[in-house]
Design a protein around this ligand. Structure first.
Ligand SMILES: [Zn+2]
Length: 329
């Protein structure tokens, strides 16, 4: 039985209260026994009614005690392993916790006039499966655009990392199949998410459960379809927006934020925009907000802009080239 710390503290509280109440009644009864003002019984309660209450207290103590699982040694205070957020480029990140690693939108190389691609030496390590990018469990692709995904690189990555799975929209998977040298070898580890805007689904890969939400692409474009992900990684809930349409209604319809979100990764302009700021503050309500997809030309200007709105958020930060890995405990 999984029990939270708070749950156990509550139970211990009830247990102590019942002990005290029962002890008080028994103590009183004993005093009367000694004085000879009570019948010599096992417990001489002040009145039959109080006796009944006290016996219920005893039963309550027994119930609370056993439900704490102390007797069966099953008390588990689940502590999450730390979560690491490592920035790669544009919307590309690696999330790691315990022995699990998830790469999102990190497999692309072509220089884009507006956005950074992963640094050459980083990409080399990712593709070769060298630390810290070894033993990646899952690769998520939000959509089939060159600044998020490059099919030949994904094919190479899957061939080099035989334990890694990849989940992507159907059009990205079609491109992957096209460009893979040995599709048979990687096919079983590829999950094609064939959704239309407004649809959702859920997948579970090696214990990592992911909720998938399909939206129109930014600019309300129908192609390519964009997938937003809510990843449950070792008890951490991380949201990645991809290039969504950015409409408040879209996020509300998916009932996002129903479950608490630890880290949300959204467009850099969200906190500076009417809909975007409400998406963060009213819908997602994350503990930490990481801002992604920052154009190169705004790298020097954006930090001041974000500083101006910082007070409206719990923790908000830009993911800029060279941002050191962040660790949450
Ligand atoms: Zn895009």
């Amino acid at each position: 039985m999984k029990q939270t710390k708070k749950n156990i503290i509550n139970r211990i509280g009830i247990f102590i209260f019942l002990c005290m109440f029962h002890g008080f009644e028994a103590f009183n009864g004993n005093k009367r026994l000694k004085r000879g003002t009570a019948e010599p019984r096992y417990f001489a309660y002040r009145s039959p009614r109080r006796g009944v209450i006290s016996i219920f207290c005893l039963l309550g103590m027994l119930f609370v005690f056993t439900s704490m699982d102390i007797l069966s040694q099953k008390v588990v205070i689940k502590k999450r392993p730390p979560l690491e957020l490592r920035y790669i480029a544009n919307e590309g990140v690696m999330l790691s916790s315990g022995k699990q690693k998830v790469l999102v939108d990190a497999l692309f190389s072509k220089p884009h006039p507006n956005y950074n691609a992963p640094a050459k030496e980083i990409l080399k390590k990712i593709l070769a499966g060298q630390p810290p990018f070894d033993n990646v469990t899952l690769v998520l692709v939000t959509h089939n655009h060159g600044d998020h995904f490059e099919a030949p690189l994904a094919a190479k990555f899957l061939a080099n990392q035989p334990g890694a799975f990849l989940a992507a929209p159907a059009d990205a998977v079609a491109a992957l199949k096209e460009s893979a040298k040995d599709w048979q070898k990687i096919q079983k580890r590829v999950v094609s998410l064939d959704l239309k805007a407004g649809e959702t689904t859920g997948i579970n890969i090696k214990g990592i459960s992911v909720n998938v939400f399909c939206t129109l692409h930014s600019g309300d474009r129908e192609t390519p379809t964009n997938l937003m992900y809510l990843v449950d990684l070792q008890g951490w809930r991380i949201f990645h927006e991809g290039d969504s349409d950015g409409h408040l209604e879209t996020f509300k319809k998916f009932k996002l934020g129903k479950e608490s979100i630890d880290l949300a990764l959204v467009h850099f302009w969200f906190p500076l925009d009417a809909d975007g700021s409400r998406i963060i503050q009213e819908v997602l309500r994350p503990e930490h907000t990481g801002l992604i997809h920052l154009p190169k030309r705004l790298e020097s200007d954006a930090p001041n802009k974000i500083n101006m709105v910082r007070k409206h958020y719990k923790d908000i930060f830009l993911l800029l080239p060279g941002t050191a890995p962040k660790i949450y405990r």
